[in-house]
Each structure stands twice: as structure tokens, then as C-alpha cells.
Design a protein around this ligand. Structure first.
Ligand code: DHB
Length: 310
């Protein structure tokens, strides 16, 4: 009933973690495998292991979260080893691997390694990490995005998606979708966190995270209307071969339902997973099924993209 597909890949249900949340090491990844999630993604990797930014680098906010992790990760080989083991043990449960090179050269090196490996799942090229000092988000530079995709698709033949930052102007949706439509992408994942927000602790007038003077990516309920708009806008503009994964502001079954109404084929959970842990997937499945039943829908395809306008 909650099943979905992305490209040629089939998933038992539409739910999974947002990259960066509960996917740093084998312990967390195994907990996701054991959960009710329909799939999982690994933490965005760089070729070499990184420690990330100084702590505190995550804070819970009234309606979500702020983070400036700075791409702490175990390095691509660690996640590729996990992915290869996973697919041997659970070949009918495809997963996603996220890469976020600090340079194009690093993205090329990682994509070449994945291309040469036996990995048979989906690869996600993250164009939207806001948290590495001195490294602008590629997704806000349209010419650079084009150049990166030209370079990767010179050799990469496996199923590829991109993770985008949120956009706020209809002209940006037009321009970015026109670029993405030129490539054999399997999906677009929108949105990454709302980049470089800021929060003040009223008890002592300080910022709540240490890196970058307190600036960090905002997620949670703050992100939901932006996520809905970005999912909807790209669904309307992308060629049908490019599906949309919706991420941002998912706390309950109605949130999942809304992103699917806007066109999402799969839905990722970030801040709420961080706070509630992987048992959230069982709850979200129940709540989504109840929401669908209340509307008389029996499958995701019954209502995906069927947002009503006035
Ligand atoms: C980090 C944050 C992101 O939003 C992202 O896409 C990749 C990495 C981080 O700070 O680790």
C-alpha cells in the first residue's frame, strides 16, 4: 500500500532517513536497516575521513533544528563497504549512497570508485552542503552545477540523483529544472536545510552552535512550506524520467502525505528522526496509512502529485 519506485528501484514504503541523520556509522546504519524505513541513505561522504566542525554543532530549536556539522564522515570506503555488504545480505532492499566532495576532483574520485565497484543502488550527488567554511553551495551557482554534471556524466553510468538546496524564486526553479532536464538523472532530492540561519539563546545572548559564528542549516517545521514548494515546483518542471524525493519538515503522517501530494515519490526524515530515533518510521507508516484511508486512497500513485489548486 505504501510502496513506491524510483527509476527501476522498488521500495516497500516511501520513508527513509535524510542524509546526515542517523547514518554516520555502522551502528546507526544497522539500526536503520532494522527499522520500518523503506530505504536508507549513508552520510554524505568525502574521499578522506573528516572530523567536521567544532562542537556544539547541532541544537534543537522550538520548531526544528540548526546544525553546522561540517561534513564529519568516515570516508567513502567505509560507506561503500557497508553498502556492498548490505546489498549482499538484502539484495531486494536497495539503498542510497551520498557523496559531497569539497572539490570537483573529490566528487570525480568518489564517483569513479562507485562506478568501478559492484554497488547496484542509487548514488546521490550532494550539491547543497551549507556548512563547510569557504565552500559555497554548488546548487546556488547554476553554471557550476552544469559544469559538475557535465563532468560526472562523462563517465558515470549508474543511477544518479542530486540533492538540492532550497530555492525561493520561480525564476530559479525554471533555470535549475532546465539544467537538470539535460541530464540522465534518476531523481532530484529537495530540500537540503535552509542554509545559514541563526538562533539566539535569550538566557545569555549567545548563538547556540559554535561553528561559523553561529550560522547553520535550519531544518524541521521551519522547512516544511519551503520543502512543499520546492517539491511541487520541480515536479511541475522536470521531465517525467526525473522523479522527486521530498525532504523537509516531516513529523507526522500528514506531513508525509502533503509532500506526496506535491509530487514526491519518496520522503526523507531529518530533524524528527534525530529527536525521535528510528522508531519514528513505524509511527509515520501508521499515520500515513490512516491519512490515505481517510481519503479513500489505496496506493501512493493514487494521490501523488494530485495537489488541488483554486
Ligand atoms: C552537512 C550538512 C548538510 O546539509 C549537507 O548536505 C552535508 C553535510 C554537514 O554539515 O555535515
Amino acid at each position: 500500500q505504501l510502496a513506491t519506485t524510483i527509476g527501476a528501484f522498488h521500495f516497500d514504503n516511501v520513508l527513509m532517513n535524510a542524509s546526515g541523520v542517523h547514518c554516520y556509522d555502522l551502528t546507526q546504519l544497522h539500526e536503520l536497516e532494522q527499522s520500518e524505513a523503506g530505504s536508507l541513505t549513508t552520510k554524505s561522504a568525502t574521499s578522506a575521513k573528516r572530523l567536521g566542525n567544532p562542537e556544539p554543532r547541532y541544537a534543537k530549536l522550538a520548531l526544528g533544528s540548526i546544525n553546522s556539522m561540517g561534513l564529519p564522515n568516515e570516508g567513502l570506503d567505509y560507506y561503500l563497504d557497508f553498502a556492498l555488504t548490505h546489498q549482499q545480505q538484502l539484495p531486494d532492499q536497495p539503498i542510497f549512497m551520498s557523496i559531497a566532495g569539497l572539490t570537483l576532483e573529490d566528487n570525480i574520485a568518489m564517483a569513479q570508485k562507485i562506478e568501478a565497484s559492484d554497488f547496484a543502488g542509487l548514488t546521490e550527488l550532494n550539491l547543497s552542503c551549507p556548512n563547510v567554511p569557504g565552500k559555497p553551495q554548488v546548487g546556488y551557482d547554476f553554471d557550476r552545477t552544469k559544469y559538475v554534471l557535465d563532468t560526472i556524466f562523462e563517465f558515470f553510468t549508474k543511477p544518479l540523483g542530486v540533492k538540492l538546496p532550497p530555492y525561493f524564486d520561480l525564476a530559479q526553479f525554471d533555470e535549475m529544472a532546465a539544467i537538470l532536464n539535460q541530464y540522465p538523472l534518476v531523481y532530484v532530492n529537495t530540500i537540503n536545510s535552509l542554509g545559514n540561519g541563526l538562533w539566539v539563546d535569550p538566557t545569555d545572548d549567545t548563538v547556540v552552535i559554535k561553528p561559523k559564528g553561529g550560522f547553520g542549516g535550519i531544518g524541521g517545521q521551519y522547512a516544511k512550506p519551503i520543502a512543499l514548494a520546492n517539491v511541487r515546483a520541480f515536479s511541475q518542471r522536470l521531465k517525467p524520467e526525473i522523479q522527486v524525493i521530498g525532504t523537509g519538515g516531516i513529523y507526522n503522517g500528514r506531513d508525509v502525505y502533503d509532500l506526496i501530494l506535491c509530487g514526491a515519490s519518496m520522503v526523507q526524515v531529518g530533524s524528527a528522526l534525530y529527536e525521535e530515533g528510528p522508531s519514528i518510521f513505524a509511527r509515520l507508516k501508521q499515520e500515513l496509512a490512516a491519512e490515505m484511508q481517510a481519503h479513500g486512497y489505496h496506493s501512493i500513485e493514487d494521490f501523488r502529485g494530485k495537489l488541488k489548486i483554486m
